[in-house]
Design a protein around this ligand. Structure first.
Ligand SMILES: *Cc1c(COP(=O)(O)O)cnc(C)c1O
Length: 430
């Protein structure tokens, strides 16, 4: 497989874009080699700028739940573009999409659209702080919530109970307002609430943590968390930027039967366009400007083209019961990968929920907390990634990223993937 044109573009890119990219994981640092430049996508496949064709399991990191360039989405977007790309004023589709979100997501009575998942999360945090009059937030090690300052925070070392910045440029004074606890650890949660419960504006969690592998949580833990929040007057925020409209029509909230106070959305909700949203109970959302004192605004918020893409995506999912199809595909992939791992006694394990999956390159049960992800998994994954890429199967260029199925993947695609995976696993050192 030749990647000359990709390499050429990457060289040009590195001169004018930091690391040659506009989002760090795209640089392929975690797996080596230079990134593949996409030329065009169609359904579950894409063609790179050198003309190589791949089966795509990244799907733009989630938004493309209907595959690349779905005809209904493209048509809706083109129709919208012809009417004008942005108004900075209300339009019909933002109302219709809001009504759809409210109809689908448990306990969501009002919603505000923004332009990214990051923006959704930082707006929801501001709202929680504004409503409660409290400053502290609690997050979990291994959850990602975008790049807002308050959440680019890791646990302090040793017995330190204050968070410390996980990125340069985040003030330590701000990081100290974030408490970080491990996932899947009831005791650590109870301790954190005993100490800080009454200072907490919000607890934010990915109910389906899918940004450091797929660290599936027990429902009882989420139930306990919800109960503790209620008892201490902290708002529970489900960050459903990945899981929303994917793991069920009503996201993880529907799946687990747990209604958060606020939820954040992104990815699927924009169908490939830059959209984020936050929503929840009316009495909370009424604190947002212009109704209330919590300021939040956006020149391109509720953009008509983006709204049309999101709306078309959700309409197709509903009309074709996309969620059932995704589950069927996921089950097929799941059974095949597990059988392969067993047969080859590969140092790997497989976690899956619906159309989200994670091939953890470590034996045993897949981990449920970030500090249980084995350090030797990443170099193994790099080998696997290269071996699959050479066979036309595009997995995320990082051991810590999950895979995404779309409704356009087929049984044949999965069969081809399993053949390639069998060969690739044979190349992975033990
Ligand atoms: C992707 C993601 C974000 C950030 O969304 P962007 O659109 O990349 O800013 C936030 N939270 C979760 C759970 C995500 O997966």
């Amino acid at each position: 497989m030749r990647l000359d044109r990709s390499a050429e573009l990457y060289e040009r890119a590195c001169r004018v874009l930091p690391g040659g990219v506009n989002s760090p994981v795209r640089a392929f640092r975690a797996v080596g080699g230079s990134p593949v430049f996409y030329r065009e996508g169609d359904g579950a496949h894409f063609v790179d700028v050198d003309g190589n064709r791949y089966l795509d399991y990244v799907m733009s990191w989630g938004p493309l739940i209907l595959g690349h360039a779905h005809p209904a989405v493209v048509e809706a977007v083109v129709r919208a573009v012809r009417r004008g790309m942005s108004f900075g004023a209300p339009c019909e589709d933002e109302v219709t999409l809001a009504e759809k979100v409210v109809a689908l997501y448990p306990g969501c009575e009002m919603v505000r659209f923004v332009s990214s998942g990051t923006e959704a999360v930082l707006s929801a945090l501001r709202l929680a702080r504004g409503v409660t009059g409290r400053a502290r937030v609690l997050k979990f090690d291994g959850c990602y919530h975008g790049h807002g300052d308050s959440l680019l925070v890791k646990a302090g070392s040793g017995l330190a109970t204050f968070g410390t910045p996980s990125s340069a440029g985040v003030p330590a004074a701000l990081a100290e307002l974030t408490t970080v606890v491990p996932l899947d650890d009831d005791e650590a949660i109870a301790d954190a609430f005993a100490r800080y419960g009454d200072e907490l504006a919000a607890v934010i969690i990915e109910p389906v943590p899918a940004n450091a592998g797929l660290l599936l949580q027990r429902r009882e833990l989420l139930l306990k968390l919800a109960a503790l929040c209620r008892r201490h007057g902290a708002l529970l925020i489900f960050d459903e930027v990945i899981s929303g409209f994917r793991v069920a029509p009503g996201g993880a909230a529907e799946l687990f039967g747990i209604t958060p106070d606020l939820a954040t959305f992104g990815k699927v909700i924009g169908g490939g366009m830059p959209v984020g949203a936050y929503g929840g109970r009316r009495d909370l959302m009424e604190h947002v400007a212009p109704l209330g004192p919590v300021y939040q605004a956006g020149t391109l918020s509720g953009n008509p083209v983006a709204m049309a893409a999101g709306l078309a995506t959700l309409e197709v999912l509903e009309r074709e019961d996309g969620w059932a199809r995704l589950e069927a595909l996921g089950t097929e992939l799941d059974a095949g990968v597990r059988a392969l791992i067993r047969r080859r006694e590969a140092p790997a394990s497989f976690a899956r929920l619906g159309s989200l999956f994670w091939l953890a390159m470590q034996p045993g049960e897949p981990p449920r907390r970030f500090d249980r992800v084995a350090p030797e998994a990443a170099p193994r994954y790099a080998v696997l990634h290269r071996a699959l890429l050479g066979r036309g199967v595009y997995l995320a260029p990082s051991a810590y990223e999950v895979g995404f199925l779309s409704t356009t993947h087929t049984g044949d695609d999965i069969a081809r993937t399993l053949t390639a995976l069998g060969e690739a696993l044979a190349e992975v050192p033990r």
